[in-house]
Write a protein that binds this ligand. Structure first.
Ligand SMILES: Cc1cc2nc3c(=O)[nH]c(=O)nc-3n(C[C@H](O)[C@H](O)[C@H](O)COP(=O)(O)O)c2cc1C
Length: 190
């Protein structure tokens, strides 16, 4: 079998913890390429259900501050979130150069089960992730349990749901791969 460069990119893709990102800003052109490639993900009935809100610089710092306020208030009102989680989430938002909110737009005609739309958005995220890998950038998909508290601050509209944040940055230090179990254990050949 001829060696495929995509195999190397797939295996090199890492969920790099954002604490290993440098604070160096990422060129807008590179972020645009990530988004362009995301937009080429497969999707059923041409719904193209991925939406993104890109935060960098001051907008990202403001988002961090607003999220902190929302979480602190929710906690005071009895929402089950521990202070360390709030601190970690907010400090991550402050430190990463790029935070992209991943948003699902549910099909207005409701022609598809939601899982198909989630699958399409996930494929768009994988496109971004592989592209970042080829660019030599680190990336991470964070899905904190309190995401639904941020609908308003993210400017989400009717039928939109946040599926997490995609963080991107230059890598200061490589993170080891957790590897994968043998694919043969997950496949049945008939
Ligand atoms: C939908 C999705 C959500 C994830 N959310 C988180 C998360 O909230 N926190 C986290 O530490 N890792 C999260 N991850 C990353 C996984 O931890 C990571 O992919 C796994 O450890 C395997 O590492 P690798 O991707 O470098 O091979 C998420 C991955 C996916 C696909």
């Amino acid at each position: 079998m001829k060696a495929l460069s995509i195999t190397k990119t797939i295996q090199n893709r890492r969920a790099t913890p954002p604490r290993l990102f440098s604070k160096t800003e990422i060129e807008k052109e590179m972020i645009e390429q990530l988004l362009e490639n995301a937009n080429w993900a497969p999707n059923h009935k041409k719904t193209e259900p991925w939406r993104f809100v890109v935060y960098t610089g001051e907008a990202k710092n403001t988002l961090a501050k607003n999220c902190e306020q929302i979480l602190t208030k929710a906690q005071a009102d009895g929402y089950p979130v521990v202070t360390e989680k709030i601190e970690k989430f907010v400090s991550t938002l402050q430190r990463v150069p790029v935070a992209i909110a991943i948003v699902l737009q549910v099909d207005r005609g409701q022609r598809l089960p939601e899982w198909e739309e989630v699958a399409a958005v996930s494929m768009a995220v994988q496109n971004m992730w592989l592209t970042a890998t080829e660019m030599g950038l680190g990336a991470f998909w964070a899905t904190p349990g309190f995401l639904n508290l941020f609908s308003e601050i993210l400017g989400l509209e009717e039928g939109q749901k946040a599926l997490g944040f995609f963080y991107v940055g230059e890598i200061m230090m490589d993170y080891p791969s957790p590897g994968r179990g043998d694919v043969a254990q997950k496949v049945v050949w008939k």
